[in-house]
Structure formats: C-alpha cells, structure tokens
Ligand binder design. Structure first.
Ligand code: AMP
Length: 529
C-alpha cells in the first residue's frame, strides 16, 4: 500500500478515471481531470522551485476547484501544504506565509483578490501560481520582487515526474491558535494521516459510492477526512454553494450525501431552525461529529433525522491527526452520557489513551485527569518550535513511547466504559468548533490597545468548555473600544475578535492575587452598565 496522500490519490485517479471526484460551483470533475490538473500544477511548482526551499507550499483558497487543485498540486509536487483562507486579514496571511517559510504560494480567484494587500506585507518573496481568477497586470508592476505565474504559463501534466516523498515528511502544516500570541504550526506527517484514513475507511466501510459533505474550512484538519476520505476511496466530494451552506439540511438531501461530517454546532443550528425533521436524511449512512462537545439532545435529534445512519462522536486535537477516540451512539448512551454530553468513547485502533495527573502518573479508574495519547497518529510537533514541542509531546514515567498532552480533562472509565470529556485544563476554548487560545486574543488586545492587562473569556458559554463567542475586559477607560475592535478585526480571524470589550475600574483578584476569571464570568451574567 502506498504511504503518502498523493500516491493514494493517484492510484484512485488510475482506477476510477471516469468517476466523479469533485462537485463544485456547478461543475463535476472526474478523477482523470482532477489528476491532470493536479499534475500540471505540480509540474509548474517543481519548475519554479528553488533547491534549498523548505518543502512546503501555501495554498490560499477556499471551496473552489482551483483551491483543491492547489492542495493536490502541492502534494503531487512532493510538498506539504499550508492552507490559508482568503477571508483572513491580510496581516495574518502574511504572517502565516512568513512563518511557514514557504517560497511557493498557490491562489484561487478569492485568494488572487487578496494578493494586492498581502504581498507587500510578506517579507520573503514567494513565487505565486495563480490557479484561479484574473491577475491584475498592475500587481506585477507593484510587486517586482515576486514571480507571478498565470494559468497560461502552467506546465503540461505530461511533464510531471513523481517525486520521492518520505512517509515521515510533513503532509500538511496547520496553524492553530497559540497561547503566547502567535499562531503555532502543527506538522502532520503522511504516515499519520494515511494511518487515520486506513482506520476510518475500515470503520465506516468507505467506498467509491460514497458522497462526502464538505462543511469544514480547509484550515481545519477535519477537512482532510472530507477531501481524502473521498479521494483515496474513489468517492465524490460534494462542495456546498453559498445557499447550501446557509441551508445545510437541503444540502444533505439535494447533494444525496451518504457521509456527513461536521462540528456539533452545525447540527445544533439545524435543530434550532427545526430542519432536523425525523426521517429527513434517508440516504445518510454515516453521521460523524467532532471538534467540540456533542450534546445528547443534538445527537438524538440527528439520529432521528438520519434513521439509516450510524452516528459517531469523534474526538481529537490536530496534534493527534483529526480524531483519536470514537464513540458510537446506541440505546445505552443515555446512561453513559454525563451532564447531557455524549462520551468520547475509546481510543482508535493502535492508539493508546491514558488519564494522568500533573506528574503524568495514571489516575485510578473513575478519577479525572488529563488525557494523553500515544500511537501512529501522534504528529511530528510544532514547526520551528522545539520548546513547545518538548512541552506537549512527552514520554511519561514508566513509558518509552511519546504521548501528546491534550490539555483536555476527562474521566478515566471503570472497566471498559467510555472516556468522558469534562472540559479544558487551560484557557483554550472552542468557539463553534474553532480552537482559540484566549491568551492569543489577550496578547492582541494588549498590543493593539495598547493596554497593560486584558482578559478574554468565552461567552456565552456552551456545552463542556465551549462558547458562542468571546468577551474581553480591559481596565483602561481612555481606550476607544470600538476602534480597538476594528483594529483587532484587521489582525485576527473573525471568530477570535471579541463581540464586546468591557471597561472595568480594576480587575477582581483571587486569593493568590491572580485575576479572578470566574468573578469576571459572573459579571457577564449581569447586563453591562
Ligand atoms: P482542534 O485541534 O481544533 O481539532 O481542537 C481540538 C480540541 O477540540 C480538543 O483538544 C478538545 O478540547 C476539543 N474536541 C475535539 N473533539 C471533541 C469532542 N468530540 N468532544 C469534546 N471536545 C472535543
């Protein structure tokens, strides 16, 4: 069996040439055509490559044929891909390009529109392949240090030669929120993701007849299930258009999806808008949720809407390659759920879970502690950050394997019961499934204020440590909070920008003299004055 993502994809291109691989923007693209476009882009990247470049290519694009070609082209060129969304602020995109050190960048039409703002901010000068959209000739004049390659100048697919890629090489580098104020890049190897795909292909019997949902952004690792669950099994990735994204229930039906994968928040929204009607999704055979706590109420409503489907609660951080535990909803789930939250179940095959105390010693059954995990899905670490890698990827006492410290509080089961997710041990919060380190928001507020102290909190609170948004507190009445919010939105993705910034006289302190975050949360229960 091949050991890289692109080798798996190219095998399917050969064996399933005429089957649909991708439905996007009203176009149906078969495997032969997607393979041709990926090879052409890869050959172009390889022709423009500098020999000493890091083996990473940034892809600035979202939900477009050109964006997917960029991902596949980067991989077929032997590089890992670094996904970036055109909707991100230009300053953040430039920071990500610089931090990745990539010297090649592929853009789709929306990404192309961002170039005029992004390129002047990038300190390196990557070669840009314009896979979608029309290039404004002025851009080349304004950015003489960058080489811009348009589609007309792309190489032909036949000129592509397959590069040798080590299964230990990075397949994708994903930037996640970092508590010290800068996003951190998680490096995931081909062997990690190929292993995960093997596990889910078997667990869900994925085949060429499957039609996959795609509601995740490509910057979220869960999107790799959609893309490569489809493209390594000959299935079809069904990309929703703008209307379908607003109306996910009609998307499931109209696109005849057989496999659904989303954060629970998407299902909650459908439940709240009364579109989770019993029997509404008769074609679904797999319903998968991951990324944040799944409530029993949402799971049961979904199960009624999709009576022919299995429903799994998957759990896992990016550092453990999408998901590393799973729990299947069944008749006994009501007794196994705690506080209305569906358990996260047990480790996937070959992964090992341990629940430990602060000294990394296993706690007794029934006790709570931090979940740490080892096995073939443990990622390579953080890009150019040995200190943080060493702190999070550890060998506990009495072990020889590397475990990743998830920072999640769980209850160790008795006997063979399921693991229960209880929340976070730190200041990370899930905002509708997006992972946010509140420390990063606070650092941005301190910088942009400028203010000495800022506290960001997830609010209103949702199930098990999640939140619907962010509210921040500062203690400097001289700051124009509206202008501050505007500056923050030029720097942070929208979901990280506080919905409200409240000014208080002084921060409440706890017995240790630290800012009392719980006391601040209590103030949010009362209307702003
Ligand atoms: P990310 O790296 O963005 O996938 O975020 C990983 C974090 O999301 C985990 O460490 C958990 O805190 C949370 N998470 C993921 N899946 C679940 C789940 N099924 N239930 C509760 N929390 C989850």
């Amino acid at each position: 069996m091949s050991t890289t993502l692109q080798a798996r994809f190219l095998q399917v291109v050969e064996s399933m040439a005429t089957r649909a691989a991708l439905e996007v923007d009203g176009e149906v693209i078969n495997y032969a055509e997607l393979g041709r476009r990926a090879r052409a882009l890869a050959a172009t990247l390889m022709a423009h490559r500098e020999s000493d470049a890091v083996p990473l290519t940034c892809v600035l694009g979202a939900r477009s044929a050109a964006g997917f070609e960029g991902i596949l082209g980067a991989l077929c060129s032997g590089h890992g891909y670094v996904p970036m969304l055109p909707s991100y602020p230009a300053a953040r995109l430039a920071l990500m390009i610089d931090r990745s050190e990539a010297r090649t960048l592929v853009v789709d039409a929306d990404g192309c529109k961002q170039l005029a703002k992004v390129l002047p901010l990038v300190s390196r000068s990557p070669t840009v392949l314009v896979a979608g959209g029309d290039l404004d000739p002025q851009l080349a004049t304004d950015n003489p240090r960058h080489t811009l390659v348009t589609r007309d100048d792309f190489a032909v697919a036949e000129s592509w030669r397959e590069p040798v890629v080590d299964p230990n090489a990075t397949a994708y580098l994903l930037f996640t929120s970092g508590s010290t104020g800068e996003p951190k890049g998680v490096m995931v190897a081909h062997r990690n993701i190929v292993r995960f795909l093997d596990v889910v292909t078997e667990r869900y019997s994925l085949t060429a007849d499957d039609r996959f949902s795609h509601v995740f952004e490509v910057t979220f690792d869960l999107s790799l299930f959609d893309l490569f669950g489809a493209w390594t099994n000959g299935g079809c990735l069904c990309v929703p258009d703008a209307r379908q994204r607003m109306l996910p229930a009609s998307y499931v039906v109209d696109s005849r999806l057989s496999v659904w994968f989303s954060v629970p928040s998407t299902a909650l929204l459908m439940k709240e808008t009364r579109t989770l009607v019993p029997g509404a999704f008769p074609n679904l055979r797999c319903s998968l949720f991951c990324g944040e706590a799944l409530t029993l109420a949402v799971a049961e409503a979904w199960a009624e809407a999709a009576p022919e489907s299995v429903l799994d609660n998957l759990y896992g951080p990016t550092e453990l390659t999408l998901a590393c535990t799973s729990y299947r909803l069944h008749e006994g789930s009501r007794t196994e759920a705690q506080g209305g939250i569906v358990p996260i179940g047990a480790a996937l095959p070959q992964m090992r879970a341990k629940v430990v105390d602060e000294a990394l010693h296993e706690v007794p059954p029934g006790e709570t502690g931090e979940l740490i995990m080892a096995g073939p899905q443990v990622a390579l670490g953080y890009w150019r950050d040995e200190t943080r890698t060493a702190a999070a990827f550890v060998v506990p006492p009495g072990e020889t394997e590397t475990f990743y410290r998830t920072g999640d509080r769980v209850q160790r089961p008795h006997d063979d019961g399921p693991l229960l997710f209880l929340g976070r041990l730190d200041h990370q919060v899930k905002i509708r499934g997006f992972r946010v380190e509140l420390g990063e928001v606070e650092a941005a507020i301190r910088d942009e204020g400028p203010v000495d102290s800022a506290v960001a909190l997830g609010w209103p609170l949702a199930a098990a440590g999640g939140a619907a948004g962010i509210v921040a507190f500062i203690d400097d009445a001289a700051i124009d909070t509206r202008a501050l919010k505007r500056r923050l939105s030029e720097r942070l993705p929208r979901y990280m920008v506080p919905k409200a910034i409240r000014v208080i006289d002084s921060f409440p302190l706890n017995a240790n003299g630290k800012i009392d975050r719980n006391a601040l949360l209590q103030r949010l229960d009362t209307p702003a004055t």
